[in-house]
Write a protein that binds this ligand. Structure first.
Ligand code: NAD
Length: 497
C-alpha cells in the first residue's frame, strides 16, 4: 500500500511520524492508500525549514516571485487531468467537478501573478514642508493553512499562492481524507522553480493542528472547515499571538419567489444542492418557497432530483458521486431519518440507493425533504450531503427573517424576476455572499470570499485583496528631505502641520 508522506524542504519525508490514517476510494468503499499523521516534531521540522527559507524568499524581488507563479500556473494547466482524477479518486466527486475546483483555484494563482499591482503602496507628497509620507507592505514570515476535505486543491489555493507571492513561506496541513493532491501541488511548485522550504506539506490530524497552533515560529494561520473547529483554531491561535482567518460551516438558503421562472430556479437548486453530493460550503441546502411558488416548485424539484445520475466519479456519465466516508453517509442518512420522524415529508428519499458494481461505495442518492421547519435537526444541523430541505414562507419578509435567524451566514440566493425584491433582499439579508438568480455566488479571485456570523470567525475573509492584507503588514514612513537645520520646527509641542 502506498504511504503518503510529508513534503518538507523540497522532498518527501516520513519525519518522526509513526501513526497513519486510511485513505479511501469512496466509490468502492475500500482503502487504497495510507497517509502519515504528523507529530509535533514533524511540524517543528517544517517550521524550521520554512523559517530558513523565509530569510531569502522574504527578500526576493517581485519579479522573481511572479515568475514562479506564472510557471506554476502553466504546470497546473498541463497537469489538470491527472490532478482531477486524483481528487476524484479520494474525494469521490465527478472528474469534471474536480476540474472545476482546479480552475477556480488556479484563478487565485492568476491573481497572485499580478501581486505586484496588489502590493502597490501609496505616497503623499509634501504633507508638510519637505516631508512626504508613504507606505508599503511586508510579509509576515512562516504562515500555515489547515484545510477541509471538500475542496482538496481549491481551498488550499485560496491561501498559499497569495501567502507565497507576498513573500511568506507556507506550511499546508490538508485534510487527511484526500491528501494526495497536496503533494502533487508541492512537486509542481518545485518544478516551477520555487526554492525548497517555501511550500511544505505536513499531513495529520488534531495533533498536527495543535502543534501548528502552539508553535511560536508560525506568524499566521488560515483555517477553513467546520464551525466548531474554526472557533477552536481562532481561540487557540489568537491566544498564542498569531494572525488568524477562520472560515466555518454553512446552511445556505435559496429563496424562490412566485414570480421566478420555476424551471430555471429548480435547475439551479438541483445543481447547487446535489453537485459534489452536497459537500460544498456554498451548496444550497434549504429551498425557501415563497407563497404560491411552494407546491409547483416541489413538483419540479422532485422530477429533477430523480433524474440526477449517481455513480463513481471516474464514470463520465455520472453527475454525482458518493460522499466522502462511511461515517459521513451514516450521519447524513441519520439526519434524513430524524427529519422524517420530526414531520418532514420525503419527496425523494436517496437513502436506499445502491450503484450496481459499487455496492460498498458511500453513496447517498439525492434527497428532497418538504415541509421542513426550523426546529428540526435536519434544518438546524449542517447536513453536508445531497439533501435539499424545502421550507415554506408566506412573504419575502418571512423568508428574510428565517435566513437572518439562522446562526450561519455564508451564502444565499434569491430567484425572482423583480429587481425591487432582489434589491431589498440583498440589502436586508445578513449573509456575506449573495446570489441574484445565481445559486452559488462564490466571489471571483480578485474579490474576497467570506461569510458572516458562524460562517466566519474573527474578521478576515480569504483571498483577493483581503488575502493580501492578511499575509502582509504595512509600514508607514514619514520622511524629510532635505534636512534643513535652520528650520525652526523642532518644538516640544505636538506638530500640527
Ligand atoms: P473539519 O472541520 O472536520 O476539518 C477541517 C480541518 O480541521 C482538517 O484539516 C482536519 O484535519 C482538522 N480537524 C478536524 N478535527 C479537528 C480537531 N478536533 N482539532 C483540530 N483540528 C481538527 O471539516 P471537514 O469535514 O474536512 O470539511 C467540511 C466542513 O468545512 C463543513 O463544515 C464545510 O461547511 C466547511 N467548509 C467551509 C468553507 C468556507 O469557506 N466557509 C469551505 C469549505 C468547507
Amino acid at each position: 500500500m502506498t504511504t503518503i508522506e510529508h513534503w518538507i524542504g523540497g522532498a518527501p519525508t516520513r519525519g518522526a511520524s509513526t501513526r497513519t490514517a486510511p485513505v479511501y476510494d469512496p466509490a468502492a468503499g475500500a482503502v487504497r492508500r495510507e497517509v502519515l499523521l504528523a507529530e509535533a516534531a514533524d511540524v517543528d521540522a517544517a517550521v524550521r525549514t520554512a523559517a530558513k527559507a523565509f530569510a531569502s524568499w522574504g527578500d526576493s524581488s517581485l519579479s522573481q516571485r511572479t515568475k514562479v507563479m506564472f510557471r506554476f500556473r502553466e504546470l497546473l494547466v498541463r497537469r489538470e487531468d491527472e490532478m482531477a482524477r486524483l481528487i476524484s479518486a479520494e474525494h469521490g466527486k465527478v472528474v469534471e467537478d474536480a476540474r472545476g475546483e482546479i480552475v477556480r483555484g488556479r484563478e487565485v494563482v492568476e491573481y497572485a501573478c499580478g501581486i505586484a499591482d496588489a502590493l502597490k503602496g501609496s505616497y503623499s507628497d509634501q504633507v508638510s514642508g519637505g516631508v512626504d509620507v508613504f507606505n508599503f507592505r511586508q510579509p509576515l514570515g512562516v504562515c500555515a493553512g489547515i484545510t477541509p476535505f471538500n475542496f482538496p486543491i481549491m481551498v488550499p489555493m485560496w491561501m498559499h499562492p497569495i501567502a507565497i507571492a507576498t513573500g511568506n513561506t507556507f506550511i499546508l496541513k490538508p485534510s487527511e481524507r484526500d491528501p494526495s493532491v497536496s503533494n502533487l501541488v508541492a512537486e509542481l511548485y518545485a518544478e516551477a522553480g520555487l526554492p525548497d522550504g517555501v511550500f511544505n506539506v505536513v499531513h495529520g490530524d488534531k495533533s498536527a493542528v495543535d502543534a501548528i497552533l502552539d508553535h511560536p515560529g508560525i506568524s499566521a494561520v488560515s483555517f477553513v472547515g467546520s464551525t466548531p473547529i474554526a472557533k477552536y483554531v481562532h481561540e487557540k491561535a489568537t491566544a498564542t499571538g498569531k494572525r488568524v482567518q477562520a472560515l466555518g460551516g454553512a446552511k445556505n438558503h435559496a429563496v424562490v419567489l412566485p414570480d421566478a421562472d420555476l424551471e430555471f430556479a429548480a435547475d439551479h437548486l438541483t445543481a447547487a444542492a446535489f453537485g459534489s453530493a452536497g459537500q460544498r460550503c456554498m451548496a444550497i441546502s434549504v429551498g425557501v418557497a415563497v407563497g404560491e411558488a411552494g407546491d409547483a416548485l416541489v413538483d419540479v424539484l422532485k422530477r429533477k432530483a430523480e433524474a440526477v445520475v449517481v455513480g463513481p466519479g471516474d464514470d463520465p456519465s455520472s453527475e454525482m458521486g458518493p460522499v466522502v466516508t462511511a461515517a459521513s453517509k451514516a450521519r447524513i442518512t441519520g439526519l434524513v431519518a430524524s427529519g422524517i420522524e420530526q414531520g418532514a415529508v420525503p419527496v425523494v428519499d436517496g437513502r436506499g440507493l445502491t450503484v450496481p458494481g459499487h455496492e460498498d461505495g458511500f453513496f447517498v442518492g439525492p434527497t428532497v425533504l418538504d415541509h421542513v421547519t426550523p426546529d428540526m435537526d435536519a434544518y438546524r444541523e449542517e447536513v453536508f450531503g445531497p439533501v435539499l430541505a424545502v421550507t415554506r414562507a408566506a412573504t419575502v419578509d418571512e423568508a428574510i427573517a428565517l435566513i437572518n435567524a439562522n446562526p450561519y451566514g455564508n451564502g444565499t440566493a434569491i430567484f425572482t424576476s423583480s429587481g425591487a425584491a432582489a434589491r431589498r433582499f440583498q440589502r436586508e439579508v445578513q449573509v456575506g455572499m449573495i446570489g441574484v438568480n445565481v445559486p452559488i455566488p462564490v466571489p471571483m479571485s480578485y474579490y474576497s470570499f467570506g461569510g458572516w456570523k458562524d460562517s466566519l470567525i474573527g474578521d478576515s475573509p480569504i483571498h483577493g485583496p483581503e488575502g493580501v492584507r492578511f499575509y502582509t503588514r504595512a509600514k508607514t514612513v514619514t520622511s524629510r528631505w532635505p534636512v534643513e537645520r535652520q528650520r525652526p520646527d523642532a518644538a516640544l509641542t505636538f506638530p500640527t502641520s
